[in-house]
Design a protein around this ligand. Structure first.
Ligand code: PTJ
Length: 253
């Protein structure tokens, strides 16, 4: 790691750390060609949010976790960016939920799958995490999708009732919702198709979400009535936050 990214007192430390993780993952062949572009877009939205977990994101995270804890067949899906930024935390959450994780990538190649399996397998071994990692041998398809991005496993994504798919593509999100699943996405862009399509959208940065979820796992399950959750209101609140912050900043300037 370069000097700046190694220094926790640097004001941009967290941001530099995440970039560094992606740089390393890129060298290991884990990432899609557009992974950095996707991350940059996320960074821009996070800047507008004030790089913090806003109230509506906390509410959505709470509901997401309640849905996962109450699920019959939960599954946590990882793509290249998620494995690079929060592979360890995703495995830890899966262990706590006693559910599998599934590597499910949009730009699927055998080389990337191998690199991702190796990366997660190493974390699992190093940390002694007891979790099934699916995805190496897909045996099912997500209905309504064409090509390699439809590939999944029967025992994981296909038969899941609640699926956590951070940084998901809009089409796949829509296809998963059409299968009748509760689909939880993490997306810093409240205007994205995934954000609008999902059952529960957490408008927050992935590594903060994982930290929050792991912390929330040590509290008793909250009795949250699922009909009290309004995803549109959560997205509106995120947009409102950005707009208000902008107005305040330009008034101050
Ligand atoms: O590994 P693959 O092949 O499955 O590909 C993964 C990416 C992310 C490259 C692929 O799914 C993709 O191209 O995604 P998009 O369509 O660019 O969407 C990514 C969304 O995630 C954007 O709306 C970003 O704002 C958001 N995003 C990026 N980084 C983060 C994020 N949201 C939360 N936390 C982040 N760290």
């Amino acid at each position: 790691m370069g000097n700046i990214a190694a220094d926790p007192s640097h004001p941009r430390y967290q941001s530099l750390l995440l970039r560094h993780r992606l740089e390393q993952a890129e060298k290991q062949g884990m990432l899609a060609g557009s992974a950095m572009i996707a991350h940059g877009r996320g960074e821009a939205f996070d800047y507008l949010l004030g790089e913090q977990t806003i109230n509506s994101a906390r509410v959505a995270t709470n509901h997401a976790l309640a849905a996962l804890r109450g699920a019959k067949r939960p599954v946590l899906s990882l793509n290249g960016n998620v494995a690079a930024l929060a592979g360890r935390e995703t495995l830890l959450l899966a262990e706590m939920l006693q559910c599998p994780v599934e590597i499910n990538i949009f730009y699927r190649t055998p080389q990337r799958m191998k690199a991702l399996l190796e990366h997660l397998g190493k974390i699992k071994l190093d940390e002694g995490i007891d979790v099934t990692i699916l995805g190496a041998a897909p045996n099912a398809r997500i209905p309504g999708l064409e090509g390699p991005r439809a590939k999944c496993t029967k025992e994981g994504i296909l038969e899941s009732d609640v699926i956590f798919v951070p940084l998901e593509d809009g089409d796949r999100c829509e296809a998963l919702v059409a299968m009748g699943k509760t689909v939880i996405v993490v997306d810093l862009n409240p205007l994205s198709r995934s954000a609008k399509m999902a059952s529960i959208t957490i408008v927050d940065e992935l590594t903060r979400v994982m930290e929050n979820m792991l912390a929330m796992m040590s509290s008793p399950i909250e009795d949250l009535a699922s009909n009290s959750y309004d995803n549109e209101a959560v997205l509106d609140e995120a947009l409102h936050h950005v707009a208000t912050k902008f107005t305040q900043t330009s008034n101050e300037a």
